[in-house]
Design a binder for this molecule. Structure first.
Ligand SMILES: Nc1ncnc2c1ncn2[C@@H]1O[C@H](COP(=O)(O)OP(=O)(O)O)[C@@H](O)[C@H]1O
Ligand SMILES: Cc1ncc(C[n+]2csc(CCOP(=O)(O)OP(=O)(O)O)c2C)c(N)n1
Ligand SMILES: [Mg+2]
Length: 319
């Protein structure tokens, strides 16, 4: 059977990535445990004797995650760091990685050497050995997939599940315009994630890969809406720059460009957000912003600058 079809309604693109993952979860049934042990979070946890193990996988694909504007070293860094970002999103620490390469015949050896040299530099920086991998041929392009194993740094990991009504919504860093360079130059918020998981008032967390406008829904509990304040969104300089040629606003870039690799998390509503930020500043130089609050759907409280999230769409594969 050919795996391909010309009929649009029969193709994966009729569903898109989000629907596809939902259906895969149904097809797998009891073969995938409940999240975070199974499908549904930034990593999967593996029960261990002492601390939970974390397991994640993400690729970089030529034409999808990088192009000729990204140096080989940048591609390696992106591959490693986006996987580390998933471990950071659960408050864990990375332990070891394997890499599966699918390469066409015409990939330059010098390109591959630079790619591996940057992987090696990051491996040394974080003391995360690259312990294996695989190489296969593919008809065209480059696909490099890293599987990264890590472990919890506390008794708990931070999942996408724990938020409740009235929780404050925070994001690290600045958002938007990642295609101007950030998407391969970013530093994953690893120590930040570990600091956050150790604070009991932090209740849910993820990293932003598809844009806050899309990803925030993964933290939003049933019966709530994320009330985000436009004035509070940390808009990056790149988002402003991108807006000068795109006919879109800097805010739209900040909310939908994706590949911010910042931490998006919620904090118990009884915590004073200003005090939380003060505590953060004593530990980190990077930016932290309280961008809104989880509100009950039926609550009529609305700030003048509450963002209408229906008019912003993040990044989705196969759509
Ligand atoms: N092909 C697949 N088969 C099984 N599970 C998948 C597949 N693709 C994604 N998932 C799972 O679905 C959840 C959401 O995936 P995704 O949105 O890609 O997360 P992230 O943005 O952290 O990479 C994760 O738990 C992931 O492991
Ligand atoms: C050549 C190229 N095209 C498009 C993009 C933009 N882009 C690619 S993937 C992506 C979203 C994040 O990647 P994904 O594979 O969805 O990561 P995940 O959500 O699985 O963590 C974005 C915004 C890019 N960086 N490079
Ligand atoms: Mg994605």
């Amino acid at each position: 059977m050919s795996p391909f079809t010309k009929q649009k309604s029969a193709a994966v693109s009729a569903w898109g990535e989000v629907r596809l993952i939902q259906e895969i979860r149904r097809w797998l049934g009891t073969a995938t445990p409940r999240s975070p042990a199974g499908i549904g979070d930034d990593c999967a946890t593996l029960a261990g004797s002492m601390r939970d193990q974390l397991l994640t996988v993400d690729p970089v694909i030529y034409g999808e995650h990088f192009d000729d504007n990204v140096p080989a070293k940048g591609v390696g860094a992106k591959l490693f760091n986006r996987n580390i970002s998933d471990i950071a999103a659960m408050g864990g620490r990375p332990r070891a990685a394997v890499i599966a390469l699918a390469l066409s015949d015409d990939v330059k050896i010098t390109w591959l050497r630079e790619f591996y040299r940057s992987l090696a530099a990051i491996a040394r920086l974080h003391h995360v050995p690259i312990i294996g991998g695989d190489i296969a041929h593919q008809p065209a392009g480059i696909t490099a997939t890293m599987t990264l194993i890590g472990e919890a740094t506390e008794k708990r990991v931070l999942t996408r599940q724990g938020a409740a009504a009235e929780d404050w919504i925070f994001t690290t860093g600045k958002l938007g315009g990642s295609r101007l360079g950030w998407h391969w130059k970013f530093t994953p918020r690893l120590l930040e994630g570990q600091w956050l998981v150790a604070r009991p008032d932090v209740r849910s967390m993820m990293d932003v890969s598809d844009g806050v406008a899309k990803d925030i829904w993964s933290l939003t509990p049933r019966g709530c809406r994320p009330a985000l304040n436009a004035a509070a969104i940390p808009v990056s300089r790149s988002a402003r720059l991108a807006a000068t040629t795109s006919q879109r606003t800097p805010l739209a870039h900040a909310l939908t460009d994706g590949e911010d690799y910042e931490l998006l998390f919620t904090v118990n509503g009884s915590t004073d957000p200003a005090e939380f930020i003060t505590a953060w500043r004593q530990r980190f130089r990077s930016k932290l912003s309280c961008i809104g609050q989880m509100r009950r759907k039926r609550s009529r409280r609305r700030d003048d600058d509450e963002i209408d999230l229906d008019s912003y769409h993040g990044f989705e594969h196969l759509r």
